[in-house]
Structures are given as C-alpha cells and as structure tokens.
Design a protein around this ligand. Structure first.
Ligand SMILES: [Zn+2]
Length: 216
C-alpha cells in the first residue's frame, strides 16, 4: 500500500487536518498510523504540526521500541500502542483535545448517540474512561478498556481517542464525535434529548446494510 515515507507524510497531513479542524490546540493531541508490516509511525512530542517534516515522525515496533527517528515520540505513545495491540483491524489513531467532547470529559460522562452518523460510525454511545494522568500506563489501560470494540473513547479531564481502519476514517470519527457532543449539549439546554438507543442503532445497521453509497 503506502511506503514508509508516504506514511510519515500521511501522519503529518492527518495531524494538520486535526489541528485545522480545531480538534486540538497547539501541539496537544497526536496522530499515529500502522503500516502493513506492523510498525507504528507517530508524531513527536511537542513539535508544532506546521513545522513537522517526515524525519520528525518516529517509527516504533508494537512494543514501543524506536526503530527509526531521532525525536522523542508522543507522550501518549503507550495508549496508541495499546489500541493497536487490542484491535488488529485498526490502522490509525487520532488523539484529540476537543471542545465539546471535552465537556463530557470534564463531567466524566458517557456520550450517547444523537443521530444516525454517530450511531452507524461510532456506536450507540461512547464511554468515558476514568481519569488517569497523561502519558501513563494507567491511561493506556483505561482508554483501551473503555474503547472496547467502538471507534472512540473519551478520556476523563483530558480529551478523546478516535480510531479507524484508515486515517480518513479516524478523522471522520473525531469530527462526528465532536458534532455529536455539541448536539447533545445544545439539545440538553432546550429539553430532554431523545438519544439513539442500542436497539435503534442495530436496526439502522440492518436496514442500511448493502444499501448505502454507490455500488462498486
Ligand atoms: Zn492528550
């Protein structure tokens, strides 16, 4: 598929899109991609996204050993690696510090689905992992447990981790998570929202299976 240099460029492109969509501020957040050989390519710690070059991206094996790169990898490398270890199908991880999802992180509250896009892409709800300090094995373990088989997890008093089988999917999950959080907050300010239930989510998946999009 991609060569390793292409993947490093893709990590930078994904990180810049994350920042441009205001899913994080400054150098917070981080992005990684997994290649076909199982290596993880991740943003370095504390380098502004606009200044990144492919040489700044750090390549790790699944245990976190640096196999290429001179920078120190993101402090949340452990959480990225834990996700990749627990979910073989996942090829992209985007860790965001978003505004509206951050409200749920501050309340340490799960986020239920407000609409079809979230329900189909992420599930009937996203769980909020209990608090753990940044960059610790505890954060990685709690994030992976609360993520489960879903595509996003909220980190208490911190942010979110969004995953996908491609960088595009992980970014879309991050966008939909943030939009859903905004709808939930705005709907709650006007009344009692009717969230999408687990049964309705399953029904949506069943009804749309093989019918959404164009035939290839
Ligand atoms: Zn963070």
């Amino acid at each position: 598929m991609f060569g390793q240099d292409d993947l490093r460029k893709k990590v930078i492109e994904t990180a810049r899109i994350m920042a441009a969509r205001k899913l994080t501020v400054g150098t917070w957040g981080n992005v990684s991609l997994r290649d076909d050989r199982g290596l993880i390519h991740i943003t370095p710690s504390g380098v502004p996204y606009e200044a990144l070059t492919p040489q700044d991206i750090v390549s790790l094996d699944i245990e976190g050993v640096v196999v290429k790169g001179f920078r120190r990898p993101s402090v949340e490398s452990g959480a990225h690696l834990a996700v990749y270890r627990s979910r073989p199908e996942i090829m992209a991880v985007v860790h965001t510090h978003p505004l509206y999802s951050g409200v749920f992180a501050a309340l340490e509250r799960d986020l239920p689905a407000c609409g079809e896009d979230f329900a189909l892409l992420v599930g009937d709800r996203v769980l909020c992992a209990p608090y753990a300090p940044p960059g610790t094995p505890e954060l990685a373990a709690r994030a992976v447990e609360a993520l489960g088989v879903r595509f996003a997890v909220i980190l208490s008093r911190h942010g979110a981790i969004c995953v996908g089988t491609s960088p595009e999917q992980a970014l879309t999950v991050a966008d939909v998570l943030e939009k859903n959080a905004q709808i939930a907050i705005m709907a709650s300010s006007l009344g009692n929202p009717r969230y999408v239930t687990a049964e309705e989510t399953e029904e949506m998946k069943r009804l749309l299976a093989g019918r959404y999009g164009q035939k290839s």
